[in-house]
Write a protein that binds this ligand. Structure first.
Ligand SMILES: [Zn+2]
Length: 421
């Protein structure tokens, strides 16, 4: 609460934030916004606010579903500063990050060729699930909030997107190329019937990054929901009646561990129950291609960071560069960091030499290089405020250190910074 910047705003914009002193607990701020009254609850205002940069531009509003109950979601969103607002089932709107600052909500993301969607969007989390109807109170509160943000930033309806519109994944065991479909977060916000509740008249007609061949479709079901004609038939259906087919959590022909668990497929918190009843954690499975059909996959949604850091992957005897980077193995945006601390970009290697990289070589896919860092050219000179993001990495003394863990006073001259390009 005391972190609230003292600014003059109307609605969100014209209100004067006041510190109500030592009053403990919840404080509701009432804001007159023409016909609607937007109330904010500041009891989960994030301590991360002060370290977040003010965005230079804002052209998208990104809608998320928490995929977890409100209490745990709010705590995590506050602690990590992962959205601007969170709306609980009773329609209460919690302010997490000041809407003008950057929140880390979109993770690896791209829209119309522009990556790092956090740097040009406002992110709203709605407590609920990507394939379940929300409460009437949530639709009402979200409609008011989206309406207010649209008017502040002059954002057209087709730029109000679901997280699943913009999230993308780099190559993995199932996809040779960077792909759309890393998550289904907020998927229901693409449905015309839901958009109607939010007073949104249009939605994007196609995926601009798939069209431009920057990405391939990694989840054809999601693609159908976001753009397909099948789902537009829901227009006019009462929103409470919306239901999606149940998402099966059993591995079958054509339904892989990735289809079920997405990027959490190899996590310790993901459990595989084999047809014979034995259980294994995701991090105990050596070969995901040999999981028998009928295996159940239990994903612990409460432990998944919606916005997980993109950690680097490591080359080993059984995991070669091409297993990690797929068709992006020889691109300049794929970086290989040798065990001795030197690094090379994929375009400086060839098909033969890349397979000979030593075990222990770290791999970053979809990154740009800044450096060398000097006293007069700090990391921010190369990548702006992204230098302290958790998916940015610093290379010095042979170590890769994430931006959110680095002590900026200890970054030596000559270090390099790798940030999502
Ligand atoms: Zn999300």
């Amino acid at each position: 609460m005391t972190d609230a910047p003292m600014v003059k705003e109307t609605g969100i914009k014209r209100m004067t934030w006041r510190c109500f002193g030592l009053m403990a607990g919840m404080i509701l701020l009432m804001v007159q916004t023409g016909c609607a009254v937007l109330q904010f609850d500041n009891s989960y205002y994030s301590p991360r606010n002060r370290e977040r940069a003010v965005r230079k531009t804002t052209s998208l509003i990104i809608l998320h579903t928490t995929e977890a109950p409100a209490a745990s979601a709010l705590r995590k969103l506050r602690d990590l500063g992962e959205c601007h607002y969170c709306i609980t089932g009773d329609g209460k709107v919690y302010r997490i990050i000041d809407h003008r600052r950057e929140a880390y909500h979109a993770g690896r993301s791209m829209w119309n060729g522009r990556t790092n969607v956090d740097s040009f969007s406002v992110g709203i989390e709605v407590c609920g699930y990507h394939n379940k109807a929300l409460t009437k109170a949530q639709y009402r509160a979200l409609a008011d909030l989206v309406g207010e943000l649209k008017s502040i930033y002059r954002i057209p309806d087709q730029n109000v997107l679901a997280h699943s519109h913009v999230a993308y994944g780099t190559p993995n065991k199932w996809h040779r190329r960077s792909h759309r479909g890393r998550k289904r977060c907020g998927m229901l916000f693409a449905l015309p019937a839901v958009r109607k509740q939010l007073h949104l008249k249009t939605r994007p007609a196609y995926d601009p990054d798939v069209k431009a061949k920057r990405l391939v479709i990694g989840d054809s079901y999601l693609h159908q929901v976001l753009y397909g004609k099948n789902f537009t038939g829901l227009t006019g259906v009462p929103t409470a009646a919306i239901s999606f087919p149940k998402e099966d959590n059993v591995i079958a022909v054509g339904r892989s561990a990735w289809d079920i668990a997405r990027d959490a497929y190899a996590d310790a918190s993901t459990t595989y129950i084999f047809p014979n009843g034995t259980k294994k954690r995701g991090d105990e499975i050596a070969d995901f291609k040999f999981i028998p059909p009928g295996t159940k996959v239990i994903v612990n949604t409460e432990t998944i960071a919606d916005n997980r850091p993109d950690n680097y992957q490591v080359i080993s005897a059984t995991c070669k560069a091409s297993d990690i980077a797929g068709d992006e193995t020889l691109l300049p945006s794929t970086l290989y960091i040798y065990p001795n601390g030197r690094f090379v970009a994929g375009n400086k290697l060839n098909a033969a030499s890349v397979e000979k990289l030593p075990a222990g070589t770290k791999v970053l896919v979809g990154y740009a290089v800044g450096g060398p860092i000097t006293a007069t050219r700090p990391a921010s000179a190369f990548c702006g405020n992204r230098w302290r993001a958790k998916d940015t990495f610093f290379l010095f003394y042979g170590q890769l250190v994430p931006g959110n863990k680095v002590d900026d006073s200890k970054i030596p001259a000559g270090a390099y910074v790798f940030y999502k390009g």
